[in-house]
Design a protein around this ligand. Sequence first.
Ligand SMILES: Cc1ncc(COP(=O)(O)O)c(C=O)c1O
Length: 240
Amino acid sequence: MTFDFDQVFDRHNTGSTKWSRYPADVLPMWVADMDFAAPPMIIQALQKRLEHPMVGYSVAPDNLREAIVADSGQVRLARRAARTDLPAGVESGFNMALKALVQPQQNVVVQVPNYPPLRHAPGHWGLHKVELNFDTQPDGTYATPLDTLSQSLQGGGALLLSNPHNPLGKAFPREELQAIADICLEHDAWIISDEIHAELCFDGRKHIPMAALSPQIAQRTITLMSASKAYNIAGLKPRS
Ligand SMILES: Cc1ncc(COP(=O)(O)O)c(C=O)c1O
């Protein structure tokens, strides 16, 4: 299957969020939404589905869950996951998780810089947010300040993790994930792990899902993944 990365599409007046926000002469580069066509096999699958002209409420078929489990090397993670749900998006998912799991007196830790909706999420539920700056290492890389993380999660709560990290591009190494998880387990805090960029690791970087570290960590982790970034299909929101 060949992909055409050269064709230029005019997306004005197509209902595109990216291309509707600013005047026509502004080149919008504010959102991770590429101007390439979706992969041909995805377009073909959508066309095939539409041969049946009913688009009422739908359920996720078993083979969709099986495909998620089997796809992209995530098998170990999915086997460890207690259950698989299909929220309307990753942003909805981390907001729902916060609402469901964190008590009003507990902290929600967010590393900064970070994807703005992750930083805003605790405020939607009146939860107390602690923003944690990364430590800059002598080699220019960024690391989680473990002592401050531990202090911030006294009394439980949750860590909102972004891995691979947006915007740093950091794929968290196993040792750092393990140290973060140990702190969260020690304080009975939840790990809400946004792994939407899992499949976009280049230059030798490797994505390690937090929940793949151990069954105990999987029990404390909500993992949020999506096909939207890797396949550039952000507008196709699933419904369970
Ligand atoms: C780190 C991160 N999480 C979540 C999202 C949005 O995910 P969704 O469209 O599934 O809500 C984005 C989109 O750019 C993102 O960068």
